[in-house]
Design a binder for this molecule. Sequence first.
Ligand code: AMP
Length: 411
Amino acid sequence: MTATATRVLVLNSGSSSVKYQLLDMNPDSGGGPAAGTRLAVGLVERIGEETSLLAHTPLATGGDKRETEGPIADHEAALKAVAAELSADGLGLDSPQLAAIGHRVVHGGLKFTAPTVIGDAVLAEIERLVPVAPLHNPANITGIRTAQALRPDLPQVAVFDTAFHTTMPEYAARYAIDVATADAHRIRRYGFHGTSHAYVSRKTAELLGKDPSEVNVIVLHLGNGASASAVAGGRCVDTSMGLTPLEGLVMGTRSGDIDPAVTFHLKRVAGMSEDDVDVLLNKKSGLVGLCGDNDMREIRRRIDEGDERAELAFDIYIHRLKKYIGAYTAVLGRVDAVAFTAGVGENAAPVRAAALAGLEEMGLAVDADLNAARSGEPRLISPEYARVAAAVVPTDEELEIAQQTYALVSA
Ligand code: AMP
């Protein structure tokens, strides 16, 4: 890395998509983690189809979003197309200013507790974890290999969704099943969205004017996927997702917690296959299964029109959230803040109000005006008298990945 290399490209590779951001980490901009200026953001969708779409916004030049439609055969072609877009703005991947590429990797198992420079052994371990993350890790690996081929000289860093949760005590991480079976198949609770939970819990401490080590926070990451975590003094002590992202809260299309016997029942009585059950619980359940919509805006609109199915779906979603807030209050003993984040958490005031309604005995309350105000900044929504702060803290997983990547390669 040269002295002028301050840029980080963040890649989030899915099975048929690549999201990317190029950030300048401005190391001279003051203390603390580098603030990060976004130079370009974009997305390649429907890789492998005739109608792939590349949407690129060159923020550095103030240019408009450029959209290109046409077949992009695979991840290699996608990354080459992204590189060409960046080059057109003078931000090419061949630039000596590029310090590293940071990859979001969904499953890091127990080995990876921190961001890691990717070498052959690291890649082999990420591959070894494919059986516990069959939907995500293969796409992440493809993204890494493609980026390595494009810039073999550059450090490639893996930032794991599971890393923040590796501090969970054994009694929170283990399922109460036969230990030998669990260990033979690496069955335990790993948790996901860790980059977001880490970022948001730290930002919440900042909002309270405290060091992360001084505060206990319940983070509610409510996006299309959703998870809760209990963070004590900056360390995760429990989280709602488990072996896979299926466990926990009601999500856009996932059921969250369910009696595992439902799956036997579906196979024995309803004649469904393993794959049918997988699709049912991951893609056709949650809000979409309950009412046909997974967008909270649409669900609220339907409730306003008196739609009972939408209302029941909302109530089930809120009931589960409340159970986790209660459980994590008990786990933490003392809670300083409940922080809402991600698409629903940041935008849906009715969800925040309903999730905390009736919890005054637990020190929680929502100020209606503060809750209704819209802002992209971290903010409190609780009245001053509330013993536990309620906050909206926008997440920024790409910035967190860039910061972790840059901190590692510039150390
Ligand atoms: P994410 O996965 O974090 O991008 O969150 C996506 C979800 O956020 C969508 O499916 C919507 O349910 C929700 N969402 C986004 N914007 C709003 C909004 N303005 N009001 C309510 N929900 C929203």
